[in-house]
Design a protein around this ligand. Structure first.
Ligand SMILES: [Zn+2]
Length: 402
């Protein structure tokens, strides 16, 4: 039945000529038939073929109409493969599709299809990004309809096939790398606090973006997502990070008016490190100052910590240097550690959302044991997972239909 229904598509007389991408008028080459895997089984699809006399390209307008250009899988099948491949390894996708829809698609084809969809999703994101990049910000007096917009971002390692990490420095014992860093960002909103004044994340407001890419490309990805989510409509913009340098550069470049907060739990970790460096095996003093400075940290009294810590610098040159470095971390970041002030304002002070997302969006699918990725393959799946977890899977398929 489906075959019959699609019979008239892409054949017969056309209004107007078929043009090649090079501009030349293409010549008809008669009707050609190809087989298409659909959710209802395989069908034969016959449609007119055209060839360009100038550059030799071919076109099948019928394929364009049905969204099956250069593929023998229908959009319905591709969508299902992509949906499954988001969550499970390609071998399981192949098995599940067979069990659920009697589709016979090899593991390798599942991988190819999912990668193809993922790459197209990445292009779809990129188009939106470019639109944002060249759009001017509204004047500052424009109405602010959003209360608080949060932006968090972080990196996490993805295991790679050997040639993707050749010559790169890493954490392996011999100094080589086994992983590459995927950068992940998330954006969410907060309108209210609970009875105790603690902030509540707006339900279903979190969206994700990510890729294995250098920071100077990632910054545009993040910025565009922030704009899409209401960067200019928000009364307050809060950036929550672990304080790494590449992160600070992005904040300075793209979000100069935002409140930048260093994740409280990272700050506490630094505090524990500092205490170890200063007091070494003197557990009594270590615990005493850890508790004391921990409270200072909550109060945002960073100057106290810095001044006191300086008076305990160890004599050992290596420990002394490391301790000065940790003290420097607090000195440099004290504006971003005014936790008491942030609590009073009803703001989140922990970057737990992006840390959880590193596990749920990236880790659960890309860091299973034995897995090795190419950058291309990993980025396709990351794009798909960001799309799905941001509740935008439907938007993407609708845009393809359009
Ligand atoms: Zn041509």
């Amino acid at each position: 039945m489906l075959e019959k229904l699609l019979g008239p598509v892409g054949v017969g007389r056309r209004d107007g000529v078929v043009r090649c991408r090079c501009g030349a008028v293409m010549e008809s080459r008669g009707v050609k038939t190809k087989s298409i895997e659909t959710l209802l089984g395989p069908i034969a699809f016959s449609r007119s073929a055209y060839r360009c006399p100038v550059c030799d390209r071919t076109r099948h307008p019928g394929d364009e109409e049905l969204d099956v250009v250069k593929t023998r899988y229908s959009p319905g099948v591709r969508r299902l493969v992509a949906d499954f491949a988001c969550d499970v390894p390609f071998k399981r996708v192949s098995q599940q599709l067979h069990a659920a829809a009697a589709l016979q698609i090899s593991r390798k084809d599942c991988e190819r299809i999912a990668e193809g969809v993922g790459e197209d999703v990445a292009r779809w994101f990129a188009t939106q990004r470019d639109q944002v990049r060249f759009t001017e910000a509204p004047p500052p007096e424009a109405p602010k309809t959003l209360k608080t917009l949060y932006i968090e971002f972080d990196g996490t390692g993805v295991p790679m096939v050997p040639h993707e990490v050749a010559g790169r420095k890493g954490k392996q014992a011999d100094g080589s790398a086994r992983t590459r860093e995927a950068k992940l960002g998330c954006v969410f909103t907060q309108a209210e606090c609970d009875e105790d004044g603690r902030p509540i994340r707006d339900p279903a407001s979190t969206t994700f973006i990510g890729a294995i890419e250098p920071a100077d490309r990632f910054q545009w990805r993040l910025y565009a997502e922030a704009v899409r989510r209401g960067l200019f409509e928000a009364r307050r913009v809060v950036i929550l990070t672990d304080g790494a340098q590449w992160i600070k550069n992005i904040v300075q470049t793209h979000f100069p008016g935002a409140v930048h907060i260093i994740d409280l739990y990272h700050a506490r970790q630094h505090l524990v490190n500092l205490c170890r460096l200063l007091f070494d095996r003197d557990l009594r003093r270590l615990n005493h100052y850890k508790d004391r400075w921990w409270n200072n940290l909550d109060e945002g009294a960073i100057d106290n910590i810095v001044q006191q810590a300086r008076s305990f610098l160890p004599k050992d040159p290596k420990a002394g240097k490391d301790a000065r470095c940790e003290i420097g971390y607090f000195g440099k970041n004290k504006e971003r550690m005014r936790y008491a002030h942030f609590f009073d304002q009803g703001l989140f002070v922990g970057s737990g959302v992006v840390e959880a997302a590193c596990k749920t969006v990236i880790g659960q699918r890309l860091k299973q044991s034995g897995m090795e990725w190419t950058v291309r393959g990993a980025n396709a799946i990351i794009a798909l997972r960001c799309l799905v977890q941001s509740n935008r899977f439907e938007d993407y398929w609708e845009s393809r239909v359009a």
